[in-house]
Design a protein around this ligand. Sequence first.
Ligand SMILES: *Cc1c(COP(=O)(O)O)cnc(C)c1O
Length: 306
Amino acid sequence: MLTGAFVSMSFPINDFFDQQSPTPLTYLTTINGKRLYLKHDYLNHPAIQGNKLRKLKYNLLAAKANVQTLVSFGGAYSNHIAALAAAGKAFTIPTVGIIRGEELTDVSRWSKTLQTADENGMQLHFVSRSAYRDKENAPNIATIIAQIPNAQLIPEGGSNALAVKGGSEVITELQAQLSPIDAIFTACGTGGTLAGLIDGAQTNDLNATLHGIAVLKGAHFLTDDITRLSQQHQHANWQLHFDYHHGGYAKTTAELHDVMTTFTSEHCIPLDPIYTGKLVFAVIDLAKKENHHPQNWVIYHSGGLR
Ligand SMILES: *Cc1c(COP(=O)(O)O)cnc(C)c1O
């Protein structure tokens, strides 16, 4: 006989992913001959949202199968840490977060992200900024990890080969939803999501240009990181845009605010100021500037709504 406790302890992760339906793609508007569509990936899960669920999928399946503890890194406001903790709770996978900032040992200074991660059962460790910067070599971080049974590390931001594989599945969904697709745009933090789109487009013979909008200032490291993460980078037609960061990560401008407010009131689609707001701003600007024949452009709404 199944008891309630037994059922809640073994959330069927394989069933969850098998039963996930494609997130909607809707037409928004036409600007200068560019028909803009939006992939509503923020609707895939209320807590493990958008690209974070895509990137965690195969990491979670592997951790469940191999009885691993998933360990990752982030700052006090990291969407990736929030998503990992929520996933750990949903699928009963133990999680550990190694968090930047020793001062956060003081619980009264926790962000909402950290409070929720803690409530979701993530074990939190706080390390100095210098240890965090040197996370591969810092002795105290090595000691923390050595004490975790069957630890599986996921890099900061969640971008590894399994994340790229999960991200590539956005392309198979899109191909069933729209044809032709001339360009796809995503926000870039670490570049894992764009690497997934690149690999998905190549392996599925989708002949679209993949565009990444860098949300950090001076994010030229992205070119190398995407080259390292993507198996297909030399074949695909992809491009990064470095001029839409609005001052840097978590910085904003009045211009950005105006575009976001107008967009949300016209289309009833929520945006976040860190990633998807900058993405929409960039796509509208590029659509006005580039004079091609009519094209279908897809905006990948990666989530970030908390
Ligand atoms: C984390 C995040 C990104 C950045 O994804 P990368 O794979 O690191 O480039 C983009 N959008 C949202 C909403 C995010 O939370």
